[in-house]
Design a protein. Structure first.
Length: 195
């Protein structure tokens, strides 16, 4: 499997046997257990999480399939109350299982699922970074309360090897994200902490 992203991260063939990671939520109750594995086609992330946001509790699972360069091919979210969202990206076009082609999202390569720090790994690993480099990235953002995706723009800046600043494009939120040798978030101030 070819190396992706910058030289800051380990060869991802180490994920062939699977890697299990847990985060706890710092806002309300919450816990996530993620398994990340490499295979011949790229990477698969499977996760189960419970949480609370804005006084609303939720439980869900998600699966994300990526190419070897961490470009998302598909994802699915299923909540414990029976709702789901399944989307695939083919030839640069996003498709929803229920609604077909959704051209509003075609400029988005990366996704951001609101209830997990894992999706920060996707642009961090997909892109090659140099210190002080900043990228403005269009994201297909999915809030877990509604599962209604929308486009948002985010800024990532490489502050140092394995340290990135995340900002919303409107400047309403900023966080410095230390990541490990696989690009997985260690600490997400005010939101998540690795266990």
């Amino acid at each position: 499997m070819r190396k992706t992203g910058s030289h800051f991260f380990a060869q991802c063939s180490s994920l062939a046997g699977g890697r299990n990671v847990r985060w706890r939520a710092l806002e309300g109750d919450g816990l996530e257990h993620l398994t990340l594995q490499a295979d011949a086609d790229g990477f698969r992330a499977d996760s189960v999480l419970i949480g609370e946001r804005g006084g609303q509790r939720y439980g869900a699972t998600y699966r994300i399939d990526c190419d070897p360069d961490f470009t998302v091919r598909s994802f699915e979210i299923t909540t414990t109350d029976g709702r789901d969202l399944v989307m695939t990206r083919r030839d640069g076009a996003w498709h929803d299982r229920a609604r077909g082609h959704l051209p509003a999202f075609d400029a988005c390569i990366d996704i951001d699922l609101s209830a997990t720090p894992f999706t920060n790994t996707l642009p961090i690993r997909r892109c090659a970074w140099q210190p002080d480099q900043q990228r403005r990235i269009a994201m297909l953002f999915v809030p877990f309360d509604s599962l209604e995706p929308f486009v948002t723009e985010q800024l990532y800046t490489c502050l140092a090897p394995r340290l990135f600043r995340f900002e919303t494009a409107d400047g309403s939120f900023t966080a410095e994200l230390p990541v490990d040798e696989d690009g997985l978030v260690m600490d997400y101030p005010s939101l998540f902490q690795r266990l």
